[in-house]
Design a binder for this molecule. Structure first.
Ligand SMILES: *Cc1c(COP(=O)(O)O)cnc(C)c1O
Length: 372
């Protein structure tokens, strides 16, 4: 038996009959960019997230970049963010000429620690950019209080968290805007790159809409220097079909998490912490162990894939060395990077596969105990 981190082929076969006629219709329509399905998907995602506006863009990275542009982030500005995330979050800040100012994470949830944010605020700070990592909301309510007190923008990178809730509110509810990624392996994934910005702020929505088509406001008049960052119809139609299944797929992920929690209850691995006021959508089921790389090798020998998100925090990456950080600056992020291991959790898994993963972890920990 093989257990993989994602099984998009199986997922496709299950929705093929629903999807293919709609895909062929789009191909036959001749309308490939920003058409009716993009509009409909925007409406559906806005409704699901209880947001006034949703704007489809070409990727989660572009969603972040266009949102930061829309709120006016420019050279010289500082943006407070986490060093323990996918690179996009930091990359876009630097691409706009602004400076990422890292703040350490909470060791339990791996999300930006709101208690450390205030100390990082300077007269140049313009925004706070937390990430709702692994499918659990960051401490958005607390962060919004800080943002309001200092007059800062709060942008949520919710690439991994579609469907998540925080104090009963959907992603984006506590932020000025939230960004989504529809990268194929995300909880809602396209067959290529796609993303979205959701917001209740009409100005942000209008600006992102313009920036995604070169900064155009009416045919061939440009109010801004923009980008080619549109969402295309084929991706939108695929996402609309998958949206119908998202709730069920999320429930499968949550069920798999429950199984792991039962099977690994007494195992010497630290299970993920889901805060009682968060509805966790388990983009990843991430455990912590001391001999992480050895466990990963053992799992591989049993046919079980696993993954490390992320092995090196951003403040220590060669590309971001110029920011001047060094080892020891963010101890919680650094420790997490050497101990986290994400186990297969996707919606297509069977109970037997989950049992094999858990059993293989038990085997390893017993070997380790003998060795000590
Ligand atoms: C996936 C991801 C992104 C980037 O999304 P793309 O669609 O691949 O550009 C940004 N931030 C986080 C936290 C992500 O997981």
């Amino acid at each position: 038996m093989q257990v993989r981190m994602a099984d998009l082929g199986s997922q496709y076969r299950r929705i093929r009959d629903e999807l293919e006629p709609m895909l062929l219709e789009v191909l036959a329509s001749g309308r490939y960019i920003l058409g009716e399905h993009v509009q409909a998907l925007e409406d559906e995602v806005a409704q699901a997230c209880n947001a006034r506006f949703a704007v489809g863009v070409s990727s989660g990275t572009d969603a972040l970049k266009l949102t930061l542009r829309a709120v006016g982030i420019q050279p010289g500005d500082e943006v407070i963010t986490t060093p323990f995330t996918f690179v996009s979050t930091t990359e876009v800040i630097v691409q706009l000429g602004a400076t990422p100012v890292f703040v350490d994470i909470e060791p339990e949830t791996y999300n930006l620690d709101p208690n450390l944010v205030e100390a990082a605020i300077t007269p140049r700070t313009r925004a706070i950019l937390p990430v709702s990592l692994y499918g659990q909301s960051a401490e958005m309510r607390a962060l919004r209080q800080i943002a309001d007190r200092y007059g800062l923008w709060l942008i949520e990178d919710a690439a991994q968290a579609i469907g998540a809730r925080h104090y009963e509110e959907p992603i984006g509810a506590f932020a000025h805007a939230a960004t989504l990624s529809f990268f194929p392996t995300k909880n809602l994934g396209a067959a290529g790159d796609a993303g979205m910005v959701i917001t209740n702020d009409e100005q942000i929505a209008r600006k992102v809409r313009s920036l995604r088509v070169h900064g155009m406001n009416s045919a061939y008049y440009y109010e801004d220097i923009g980008y080619t960052a549109r969402l295309d119809e084929i991706q939108a139609v695929i996402l609309r079909v998958k949206m119908r299944h998202l709730r069920e797929w999320t429930e499968r992920r949550r069920y798999h998490a429950t199984l792991y929690r039962t099977l690994l209850a007494d195992a010497p691995v630290q299970l993920p912490c889901a805060r009682p006021y968060n509805y966790h959508v388990y983009h990843q089921f991430t455990v912590r162990v001391a001999c992480r790389d050895e466990l990963r090798t053992h799992l591989m020998q049993r046919g079980v894939e696993s993954a490390v998100y992320y092995p090196l925090p951003l403040h220590l990456q060669p590309a971001y060395r110029f920011l001047g950080y060094s080892v020891g600056d963010f101890p919680c992020a650094e420790r997490a990077a050497s101990e986290v291991l994400s186990l297969p959790i996707h919606s297509e898994l069977t109970e037997d596969q989950i049992a094999l993963v858990a059993q293989s972890i038990w085997e390893f920990t017993q070997q380790e105990a003998l060795a000590v």
